[in-house]
Structures are given as C-alpha cells and as structure tokens.
Write a protein that binds this ligand. Structure first.
Ligand code: PMP
Length: 294
C-alpha cells in the first residue's frame, strides 16, 4: 500500500504530497523539523519533540500554523494511517510559498507535513561491533550564526562533514566548534567514558559548545544518572576523543551506537565498552516497558 502523508490538514498519498517550488523551505532551507521514533505505535517523547519544534520556530520567527495539541493529533493520525508500529516520523514546517526574494514575511502561510515511515541509519552489525568515525575539518555552525540549537531545514554544514566521512570510507564525522572543542556528529550527540578514581565517568559537551539539545541525549543522561554513573558536561578536545575508554553517539534515528575507532585510533579495547552496553540495555528496557510519550 502506498504511504500516506499528512499535509496541511489533509491526508494524501505520498506521491501527491508536494510543496510549491516557491516554498522558502526549498528555496532557502527556511523551515524547521523534528525526527521522532515510534515504538509499538507509541510516539516516543512526542511532547518533548513538539516543544523543541516550537523553540526552533520561535528562534526563526516562524509562526507555526498548528498548536501542540493539533500537531500531536496529526502525528498520531498519520502514524495510525500508515500502521507505523516501529517506525520514524518526520514532522516539517516550512516558511511556505513566497517570492523569489529572501523576505520570509512575504510567505503567507507556513506549510506543514508529516511523514511516517521507517529509517535505518547504520547497519545492525555496527551496533554490535562499533562504528568507525573521523573528525571533520568542517566546524559546526557558529552559535552566533545559525545556532545549532535550532533544528532547521538547513543541514548543509552537517552534509559537508558527512561527505568528508563518506570520502574517508566511514559513515559518521565528529564536528568541532569555532573554538576547537568537540561539538557533535552530523546527526548525533557524542559521549565519551573515562575511568576516574576507579569509577567510570561520562563526559559530553555542554549546550554552549554549539550542539543540538538531543532528545535522546537527555534520555541517556537521565538513564546514566539513574544507574548511578557520574555525568560531566564539559569542553572536550580531540585528545580527549583519542584517549577515551569508550565512546558512543545518540540520536532519534541512531538510538545509541558505540564508536570504536576515531581517525584510525582505537577507542578503549576496540569493542563497545561496559558503560555503553549498560546504557543500551537501559534504553531498550525503557522502550520495552512503555516508550514514554512525554
Ligand atoms: N545533533 C544533530 C545535528 C542532529 O541532527 C540530531 C538529530 N538527528 C541529534 C544531534 C540528535 O538529536 P535527537 O536525539 O533529538 O534526535
């Protein structure tokens, strides 16, 4: 059965779900989006994603045409229409149809569409064996330019880093910020683990490093604290990456994926570490228990 898409209040077939070539989402990347997982039909962290969408829209002075309740109902409607038990939702709001000039306020009405489909970011064996990554020469957007806190439709910065990774024969790249500290990967947040005074400590960059505040990142930080593992948010350098005992990435599509080499340096013992395995297991338990929607 062809997929259905929620488009500006109607449900249409995917091949009929089209936006104008005058839409500023297409012409200028002027729009915001969320990527959301569904587990057994439950829309994981839906409320949190909608809050972030509102924050992204606020930062861009983009008026969302639907409130949180309406977007929540629309997401549920399209997930059910596509029978999307374990799947992936892409909720997008573009600035809408305008003129060929930049002025966003000449776009009369934002365009909203919700796709409910599947996504596989990395092959299964990498979750068992770990991912190889490089560090990218492309830095993450300067926070005083397009803030990485905004989940906008302009991903060119990250796409350039992704191309660098693919050219180097790996699937992911770590991006630094304008100060030379670690920011995040092209579509995932980054964590390292180091042993300190006999106990593992999880380190991850602070929001002011210029990163997206990942929904999965916050879930994982909560799980780590519940497991009694210390978490420190601090600036990290390339040296910290190379000498980490463990490393893993988090994201809605990726969930939690271990990293075992960075720029050809082996991380820890060259296989996913104990803390990473423990968090993956805690994450799976959370999903299996109730996959909370808030
Ligand atoms: N950083 C970037 C740049 C992302 O695009 C994403 C989402 N793919 C993440 C981090 C992870 O965020 P979340 O856990 O909310 O999906």
């Amino acid at each position: 059965m062809p997929k259905l898409v929620w488009l500006n209040g109607s449900i249409v077939k995917a091949d009929q779900a089209v936006v104008s070539v005058y839409d500023h989402g297409l012409l200028y990347g002027d729009g915001v989006f969320e990527g959301i997982r569904t587990y057994r039909g439950r829309i994981f962290k839906l409320a949190t994603h909608l809050r972030r969408l509102e924050e992204s829209a606020c930062a861009l002075r983009l008026e969302l045409p639907y409130d949180r309740e309406a977007l929540s109902a629309a997401t549920r409607e399209i997930v059910e229409a596509n029978d999307c038990g374990d799947g992936y939702v892409r909720l997008c709001v573009t600035r809408g149809r305008g003129t060929l000039g930049l002025n966003p306020f000449l776009c009369k009405e934002a365009s909203t569409f919700i796709i409910a489909d599947n996504i596989t970011l990395y092959p299964d064996d990498l979750y068992r064996d770990g991912l190889s990554v490089i560090t990218s020469s492309i830095i993450r957007n300067h926070p005083q330019a397009l803030s990485p806190r905004i989940k906008s439709m302009n991903y060119l910065n990250n796409i350039l880093a992704k191309i660098e990774a693919i050219d180097a024969g790996v699937l992911e790249a770590i991006m630094f910020n304008h100060q030379g500290n670690v920011a995040e990967c092209t579509g995932d947040n980054l964590f390292i683990v180091r042993e300190r005074a006999g106990a593992p400590v999880i380190y991850t960059p602070p929001l002011h490093a210029g990163i997206l505040e990942g929904v999965t990142m916050n879930v994982v930080l909560d799980l780590a604290r519940e497991a009694g593992i210390e978490v420190v948010r601090t600036d990290l350098t390339r040296h910290d990456l190379y000498t980490a005992d463990e490393m893993f990435l988090t994201g809605t599509a990726a969930e939690i994926i271990p990293v075992t080499t960075v720029d050809g340096r082996t991380i820890g013992a060259g296989r996913p570490g104990a803390v990473t395995a423990r968090l993956i297991s805690a994450f799976r338990d959370l999903i299996a228990q109730n996959a909370p929607e808030d």
